[in-house]
Ligand binder design. Structure first.
Ligand code: F6R
Length: 602
């Protein structure tokens, strides 16, 4: 996730770009940059870290009078957060900003290098500007060169390009990453979302995938694969707070809906035709490793538990999971054939960070799975895999959990292939299921309104038990955590086979059981456990692809062949249930009482 802003007109461009980027800083803030052409001359500034650093760097620069300008705030995917890797990326006479991932950049880069092009950064983005200039050197036609460039790109992109070859023009293209165009008289704006242009533009056009074109002389020319096309604008919203949430009531709700999209970002460039590839990893990290230990807190601990089932079952590598605050003081015995993995959304959780430092002191190799590049945990680890969920604002974690779990699933397949514990046939089945995950995460109106209706029946009672088996036990823990965090109702996650060893004593009609009943994993066993609860009059909300006649309430899921697809689909159901119960109780969904987004104290 990165943020993009562009502007053509007579206003002070630096201010428009910096103010716009400020609104997009939530999309990433490891570096930022702007490029401006005025009087046919290019100027650019970049700074690593928060936008304030770029503001400080540009404080003496003025850019009023006609010109074209582009800006970017970055969330690193390819290459570290350095000034060279910050956008805009420059060629000889042009600049580009880009949000998304160019999947075939390596192939394009090699071709350009063979033509003698010199690359400055490690990013995929830089290929766009060099490709443009390569075509321009052949045909001296800026728009033709831009269209040819776009034609060559595979993957997700929203991109803006300016060039001294057409100093009054901004070229744009969108595919898979968001971008819109704002209008106010002859002034034209571009942005990744509404907020940077609210209060400046009055009309807006939301670009569709596959559209590209250019803006010049107060006009936009729009094209797609069928040639030039017409478009109509609509009035731009005026409420900024609402726009930040993209029209959703809460950040948590927006983040639940975003999961399908960010999951694709997590997979891009990693889920290949016949294997998983992590450019962050190599076989050296796994040399001599016969054991994995994962340490995390809260929701991240639940994804770790899910990962341990996958790693042992599929990759056949022993894996233990520890709650970081327990691990620190138990005087753990650590062996140097153990790979120590930490998982953290923020990368700043004190207990997880300290656990990592302990493991490093004992000489263990370390890997972190994290959502924030350059965070303390990432910096402390030997290697890091970024989850690419984008900034998570809701205190109750949703998309971070989904992407952590996906990374663990991918890591499982990566290790299984490396250690030859998986057949190609099984690997193909897993990869195929993986590619279906974004679909399994889609929230339909039907599902959401069903949970809104159901939620009114779950506002009281003396407690909730979320139950599941196997992979669905950690999901039960996570479902219960989500509900208690934002509803303030007591909820527990439990392995369903364990209920009869004590907790079933609580069963009566005021005990709400949320039963995760996947079809593809131990269905008959879970069914018997739920029947035992139903026989004791517990109120059952069953979530399953298979109708269950003893259920008091039933949410039917769609996927029934692969456990992980069932997992992700059921995860969304539990998240929506927690959300709607919280809304009905009138709680602060995004900032529940007593909690903080980043827990930097032990
Ligand atoms: C729950 C939640 C917390 C965090 C925990 C660890 O919704 O967000 O339980 O998961 O505080 O935080 P990170 O993942 O940042 O280390």
């Amino acid at each position: 996730m990165c943020g993009i802003v562009g502007y053509i007109g007579n206003e002070e461009k630096k201010e428009i770009l910096l103010d716009g980027l400020q609104e997009l800083e939530y999309r990433g803030y490891d570096s930022a940059g702007i490029a401006i052409i005025e009087n046919e001359k290019l100027n650019y500034f970049k700074a690593i870290g928060k936008l304030q650093n770029l503001r400080d760097k540009t404080k003496d620069y003025q850019s009023s009078g006609f010109g074209v300008s582009i800006g970017h705030t970055r969330w690193a995917t390819h290459g570290k957060p350095t000034e060279l890797n910050a956008h805009p990326h420059l060629g000889k006479f042009s600049f580009v900003v880009h949000n998304g991932i160019i999947e075939n950049y390596q192939e394009l880069k090699t071709q350009l290098q063979e033509e003698g092009v010199h690359f400055l950064s490690q990013t995929d983005t830089e290929t766009i500007v060099h490709l443009f200039e390569y075509y321009y050197s052949q045909n001296s036609d800026s728009f033709n060169s831009f269209s040819k460039t776009i034609d060559r790109l595979h993957g997700a992109y929203a991109t803006l390009l300016i060039s001294e070859s057409s100093p009054d023009t901004i070229f744009f293209a969108k595919n898979g990453s968001p971008m819109l165009i704002g209008f106010d008289g002859d002034d034209i704006y571009f942005a990744s979302s509404d907020t940077p242009i609210i209060g400046r533009a009055t009309e807006v056009y939301y670009l569709e995938d596959g559209e590209y074109g250019y803006a010049k002389n107060g006009e936009v020319k729009l094209f797609d694969k069928n040639g030039e096309k017409s478009f109509s604008t609509k009035p731009l919203a005026t409420d900024k707070a609402m726009a930040q949430k993209d029209g959703y009531r809460f950040f948590m709700e927006k983040e639940i809906y975003e999961q399908s999209l960010v999951m694709s970002d997590t997979m891009i460039g990693r889920v290949l035709e016949d294997r998983i590839d992590f450019e962050e990893l190599d076989s050296e990290l796994f040399e001599g490793v016969t054991n994995i230990k994962i340490c995390a807190c809260g929701t991240s601990y639940h994804s770790a538990l899910t990962g341990s089932y996958l790693l042992e079952r599929v990759a056949k590598i022993p894996c233990q999971v520890e709650i970081a605050s327990e691990f620190r003081y138990k005087e753990p015995l650590l062996r140097d054939d153990t790979l120590f993995i930490t998982i953290s959304q923020s990368g700043e959780t004190a207990d997880t960070l300290e656990a990592l430092k302990m493991a490093k002191r004992e000489g263990l190799k370390s890997l972190s799975i994290c959502n924030v590049d350059n965070s303390s945990i990432v910096r402390e680890s030997d290697r890091a895999i970024l989850t690419r969920a984008g900034i998570e604002k809701g205190v109750a974690s949703t998309k971070a959990f989904a992407t952590q779990t996906m990374v663990l699933w991918m890591l499982t397949l990566y290790i299984a292939k490396l250690q030859k514990t998986i057949s190609q046939d099984r690997l193909d089945i897993e990869l195929d299921a993986m590619r279906h995950t974004p679909k399994a995460l889609l929230v339909t109106d039907k599902l959401h309104s069903k949970l809104t209706r159901l939620s009114k029946r779950y506002l009281h009672g003396h407690g909730f038990f979320f139950i599941g088996r196997d992979l669905f036990f950690p999901l039960a823990l996570e479902g219960a955590l989500k509900l208690k965090e934002i509803s303030y109702l007591h909820a527990e996650g439990y392995p369903s086979g364990e209920m009869k060893h004590g907790p079933i004593a609580l069963a009566d009609s005021e005990l709400f059981t949320i039963a995760l009943m996947p079809k593809s994993l131990h269905y008959e066993k879970i069914k018997s456990n739920v029947e035992e609860l139903s026989a004791r009059d517990a109120t059952i909300l069953a979530i399953s692809p298979e109708p269950f006649e003893l259920a008091d309430d039933f949410v039917q899921t769609i996927y029934d062949t692969h456990p992980m697809l069932e997992f992700f689909e059921m995860m969304v159901v539990t998240q929506l249930l927690a959300l709607e119960v919280s809304v009905r109780l009138g709680n602060d969904v995004d900032m529940p009482r007593n909690l903080a987004k980043s827990v930097t104290v032990e």
